[in-house]
Design a protein around this ligand. Sequence first.
Ligand code: C5P
Length: 319
Amino acid sequence: RALLRRLWKGDASVRMLHPRLQKAMGAYLRANKHGVNFRGRRAAGRSRAELLCALRGRVRVRTLDGSEPPFSALGWRALVPAVPLGRLLPHGLRTCAVVTSAGAILNSSLGEEIDSHDAVLRFNSAPTRGYEKDVGNKTTVRMINSQILTNPRHHFTDSSLYKDVILVAWDPAPYSANLHLWYKKPDYNLFTPYVQHRQRNPNQPFYILHPKFIWQLWDIIQENTKEKIQPNPPSSGFLGILLMMSLCGEVHVYEYIPSVRQTDLCHYHEPYYDAACTLGAYHPLLYEKLLVQRLNTGAQGDLHRKGKVVLPGLRAVRC
Ligand code: C5P
């Protein structure tokens, strides 16, 4: 509870986490498995307006467009959707919802509010059926990690979760964003199922995030954090939030910064308990959340009761 209150105020620290989580974080820092070599300058202490301005100036949503090797030689220019992700949704999207999969959304009765948005982004295998009252049933975009595409448990090719939506997939690439190295050794091989899915479902918009976009967001989190953050990609949650901030007039994020309903229940749809889901071990999740807290323009009451944060779309930001 103390940590939760500090998170709402934006002054939580890793030192408040369970020693087990701190230990896991330390191990990731030492392993540096993606070869992170941060060259940016720390700019801690930026105001909300300065932060937004920095985001607007820097954040460029990028997906693989098949123009770079090795993908160019593999015919990916004709394989990827003809319309870029940035131009797929109408420019008039007023408000968008980002719905995390956190257990704390159970019993929230937020479904109706979530569905009232012009577009809704959900993550990975998070279902709506059976949970409509709390999470709604509209899905416009589904952001999926490479394990969804490769682990048979998720039935990527036949599950209805991945049909009739815009799909955006990602996989941790080297920090250098060397596409050859990544193609040879992805974390999970998403390339083969991606090609197959594109060939079988050419009309479904389906994109892979460019590693440069992912690590650019990581750099921004590190720049604005005093402590050394985990040298691993931001969580799907953070990627989805920044994607929607680039596409929408305003973004309402549900149960990313946890509400009073917070427990160790990892996901609303499965009985698995682990504080790392909410606070991070592999992902720099606590730092992501502290950054998002600084950007919040919503009411404190909405944060506590709904776990809701309101963020301006980047197009609307005036610098
Ligand atoms: O676990 P999964 O990655 O599928 O969840 C989607 C996103 O929701 C996470 O990347 C994370 O940003 C957010 N999340 C959270 N707290 C949880 C579970 C998920 O903030 N307990």
